[in-house]
Design a binder for this molecule. Structure first.
Ligand SMILES: *Cc1c(COP(=O)(O)O)cnc(C)c1O
Length: 465
């Protein structure tokens, strides 16, 4: 399989090259040239398969000739063997039609592990035959950083520089990053906001002098391999609920539009998805875009669900590409005008096409807490704030009564203990496997909100080859 850029001007690449590149050279994002599709019988054949076997079946067409099936299975075995639940992503029933897919049993307690554990192994595998040393630079508001650090710690030929906003991530999130002491992991606390850190990373990629000295790569969800890994659990959950003979809806706590876009790909591949519910918090650009066609950037309001405190959702471009009839030049023109005016209006035709599969909801803090209490008191299920936003949107969705609704639980409640305790009166315990987090030594560098200082720090420490 080959991948094309959403902006139409970058070379077509295979899976190995898109994984290492992250972003396309024309500023676009890579997507498959055509969606692979599964027949109903092929979907039915997934019933009863283990998570790893499901992953091999779903990922094989995307991976193409880059890795043999046996090797892909070995990589998936290693990646998902690190999850604390034998089902990897267990499905839990809350009431007659509401279900929760627990995606937080990985090493760092958020769904980002599902993709990043595999991505870490893919990097290592693809670099092993190349004369290249990768310098990965990223910015995190919390969950991506810890998941990427766990996935890349100690791996050969990769250095990871992870920027987080000093004092603005939870103590659990910070310690999950800063207690990893592997020499190829470099934690940088920026004296600024997440947006400052993110802008700095973008500036480093755009600085030809700086970028030309390293092979830079990205671990955020612009990387196609991450999205591919997330398609798997939509199939895994849906076949357990009767697919392909019964349609299933999913409610997805959404920030960068990566997770829910993976559900869109599953539907394009033939999975009968009744609806994808895009759940946002008060940072509701995606809800406005899907419900009114108004994709215009506001300012970010900090909430109890920080991984959804986002205005510009990078992966929305992948949907816009399809809504532009896969015309890269047309999309590039739209994105150029969006960059200049910070707004874009979806046409009625685009809205209608999106509405075939997507619906959306904006969940305010009070509805989030009500949903958290309802799950806790009614179903003995403790949800983190992000997952509770998904559950609130699932409860509010207007769907036929015979359609089961699966809320994706994107983080373990212990990762956001204070918010959960405020809403439910119960303080979730950290799972045993991370129990000594607060006794471990921390290491990180505090740097000013200054691009040159951060570049100098990276240049001194990155291995070039
Ligand atoms: C990253 C994250 C999200 C948002 O996922 P996107 O793919 O960016 O839409 C939601 N919840 C949690 C806990 C996250 O870490």
């Amino acid at each position: 399989m080959l991948y094309v850029s959403t902006r139409g001007r970058a070379p077509k690449l295979d899976f190995e090259s898109v994984t290492l590149a992250g972003l396309a050279s024309d500023g676009g994002l890579y997507v498959p040239e055509a969606w692979p599709s599964l027949t109903r019988d092929q979907i039915r054949a997934l019933q009863g398969l283990s998570y790893v076997d499901t992953a091999v079946a779903i990922l094989a067409p995307f991976v193409g000739d880059s890795i043999s099936k046996d090797d892909l299975r070995a990589l998936c075995d290693t990646a998902y063997g690190r999850f604390a639940h034998a089902a990897v992503t267990p499905l839990v029933q809350l009431d007659a039609r509401q279900w929760v897919l627990e995606l937080f049993h990985g090493p760092t307690l958020a769904f980002k592990d599902v993709a990043l554990q595999l991505l870490g192994l893919l990097f290592e595998r693809f670099l092993s035959t190349r004369d290249t040393h990768l310098t990965v630079v990223g910015a995190t508001s919390g969950d991506t950083g810890s998941a990427a650090i766990d996935a890349l710690a100690g791996r050969a030929k990769v250095d990871l520089f992870m920027l987080h906003p000093k004092g603005r991530v939870s103590d659990v999130q910070r310690r999950q990053m800063t207690t990893v002491l592997a020499p190829n992991i470099h934690n940088i606390a920026i004296e600024g906001s997440f947006d400052d850190a993110q802008a700095m990373v973008k500036a480093m990629f755009a600085d030809a002098d700086f970028a030309g000295r390293f092979t830079l790569s990205a671990v955020n969800s612009i990387n196609w391999a991450r999205l591919a890994a997330q398609i798997v659990y939509y199939f895994y959950a849906a076949v357990r609920l009767g697919a392909p003979d019964r349609p299933v809806a999913f409610s997805v706590p959404t920030g960068n539009f990566g997770d829910v876009f993976a559900g869109y790909v599953a539907a394009k591949m033939g999975l009968p998805v009744a609806k994808l519910i895009v759940a946002t918090n008060v940072n509701d650009i995606l809800h406005r875009a899907l419900s009114e066609g108004d994709y215009s950037v506001g300012s970010v309001t900090p909430t109890a669900a920080p991984s959804m405190d986002i205005q510009v959702s990078s992966n929305f471009e992948r949907l816009l590409f399809d809504l532009h009839g896969r015309d890269g030049d047309a999309l590039a023109a739209s994105m150029k005008s969006f960059d200049a005016s910070r707004k874009f209006a979806l046409t009625p035709a685009m809205r209608a096409e999106a509405a075939d599969i997507f619906t959306s909801a904006r969940i305010d803090p009070e509805s989030m807490e009500i949903a958290m209490r309802r799950a806790h008191e009614g179903s003995a299920m403790v949800l983190d704030p992000h997952s509770a936003i998904g559950y609130a949107a699932a409860l509010a969705a207007d769907l036929p009564v015979d359609v089961p609704v699966v809320t994706l639980a994107t983080a373990h409640p212990a990762k956001f203990r204070d918010a959960v305790e405020r809403a439910t009166g119960t303080r979730p315990l950290l799972p045993l496997r991370v129990g000594d987090l607060f006794d471990r030594e921390e290491r990180y560098e505090v740097l000013p909100n200054d691009l040159r200082a951060v570049q100098a720090y990276i240049a001194e420490r990155a291995t070039t080859a």
